[in-house]
Design a protein around this ligand. Sequence first.
Ligand code: IPD
Ligand code: CA
Ligand code: CA
Length: 269
Amino acid sequence: MFSDYTQKAIEVAKEAGKILRQGFGSTFTITNKEGKNNLVTDYDHRSEEFIIESLSKAFPETIFLAEESGLSSQWKNDIPIWIIDPLDGTVNFAHNLPIFSVSIALSQNKEIFTGVIYNPILDELFVSEKGHGAFLNGVKLKVSTSQRLEESFLVTGFPYNIDSNPGYCIDQFIQMLKMGIPVRRLGSAALDLAYVAAGSFDGFWEINLNPWDVAAGFLLIQEAGGKVTKYNGDPYWITDNNILATNGLIHDELSQTLISCYLEITNGI
Ligand code: IPD
Ligand code: CA
Ligand code: CA
């Protein structure tokens, strides 16, 4: 049985998903936040307002970090904080592509206790609670068993400012393709992580994500037996600038490939 927090997060994520499902394919306003393709729609706001209102009514002691409204008050480690992406995959949603999700996590003292990701189009509900496992529609999740990078199925994403600040992500992507590895780019980091937890993908990497993109998925992967670190293998926290999440078995090989690509470029080899 999940905690009251997790149960409420499930209820709220499903309701927010209903709002997005109703909006999907309809006419709505799309605006640019910053940069040319960082979009926001009416539905990002509607979903977020609904989530924050519902959770703050149920748990007045909690605070919020949500993509569209930011921090509700100062982030102090010991205060439970909901970390929310009300619509992860806005560019897909805005172009009527049915790959997006709602992501809700609860954190305290630099740990995630609840992670819920809901895909409203496929009605996929991913739930994890610290120490209680990870589940997809009630079925326990386990990461994949692929042992070698060259036999893996991977997913990644690119930052909105990739044209002006690509980091090494284009080169890393090309490197994987050169190795013959199938790599997908779904456009919802929360779903990318959820599908690693579910064993569909063997690994995921991305730079410049925000806490709301990754907080719920971070817990899901850990609870499904996977591994999450920075690219170089160092311990990861959701405010870090790069994330590497795998089934654990291909982790070192993928980490080395990402880092060696970086070294080759910086050393001009
Ligand atoms: C984006 C998605 C995408 C990732 C971007 C994120 P948004 O979130 O997760 O997969 O590549 O970096 O910003 O803007 O759709 O909530
Ligand atoms: Ca996002
Ligand atoms: Ca979003």
